[in-house]
Design a protein around this ligand. Structure first.
Ligand code: F6R
Length: 260
């Protein structure tokens, strides 16, 4: 696991964008996209590169990590709609090639299984962007999610519903259920890129990076992945016992291992 600690959220966004464009330059054609606040710095940098530098996303396809159950795709807080608003509408990726789980299906369990099959049928994901919940979730794999789990329906914890209530008029509107890629599904991605900023993420980052591999902290599954990059600001790094070592490693990387 590579841990990159930077002073500001904006710098995290720039380095995470570098990781993504490096993966594309290496032949990657399929992005895995997350929603929530954490990826916004990355998306604004990708949009800037498209607008100012002519960087093109036209050859890519993308898969969402998760979707609320019971929110129509047109609902402003459905992840299908959020990802369009935050990224897709501002770059040249074909919106018909941006896929997400069908949270409105009459058979949501079957829809979840179908999503795994769809990802495999369209080729695997080259780079998956991840945020992390304060309880250590990635996607919506809440604590005790099986480390080998597949895409499925999950019940959100009250902590997560409370955290996400800021996007809705009140907490009662936050759905209780989601379809999320499983931890096993996420780990099939060629490269994982987790971004976290702010002191409220420090405990979750410490558990994920330096704690035991445990379903108690689903993000600790990154420890099993052969190519995982964690990009965090100083505040999110505050709980790491070995932060100085991670900074030292980044300063002394051999050139061929540098992100840029
Ligand atoms: C959303 C997702 C979640 C969020 C996490 C952090 O697609 O997969 O795991 O990344 O809840 O959310 P923020 O970034 O809003 O703190």
């Amino acid at each position: 696991m590579e841990i990159v600690i930077l002073p500001t959220e904006q710098q995290c966004g720039v380095v995470a964008a570098d990781v993504i464009t490096d993966a594309i330059a290496a032949g990657g054609t399929t992005l895995g996209l997350a929603t929530g606040s954490s990826p916004l710095f990355v998306y604004s940098e990708l949009i800037r590169r498209h607008r100012d530098d002519g960087y093109s996303f036209a050859a890519l396809q993308a898969f969402l990590l998760d979707e609320y159950v019971g929110l129509p795709a047109a609902h402003p807080e459905s992840y299908a709609r959020v990802i369009r608003r935050e990224l897709i509408d501002h770059v040249d990726i074909d919106s018909d090639r941006v896929y997400g789980p069908d949270g409105m299906s009459e058979d949501i369990c079957a829809a979840a299984q179908r999503y795994d099959t769809d990802i495999a049928a369209r080729g695997s994901i080259d780079i998956q962007l991840l945020g992390i919940g304060v309880n250590g979730h990635i996607g919506f794999n809440e604590p005790t999610s099986a480390l080998l789990s597949r895409t499925r329906v999950k019940t959100l914890s009250e902590q997560t519903r409370t955290d996400n209530a800021r996007f809705f008029d009140d907490i009662e509107q936050v759905p209780r259920h989601v379809i999320t890629q499983g931890l096993g599904t996420i780990c099939e991605t060629k490269q994982l890129l987790l971004i976290a900023t702010g002191s409220h993420k420090a405990a979750a980052i410490a558990a994920a990076v330096e704690g035991p591999l445990s379903a108690g902290c689903p993000a600790s599954v990154l420890q099993l992945h052969p190519h995982a990059t964690v990009v965090i600001d100083d505040a999110a790094a505050a709980g790491l016992a070995n932060a100085d070592f991670y900074r030292y490693v980044r300063e002394h990387k051999p050139d061929m291992q540098r992100i840029r």
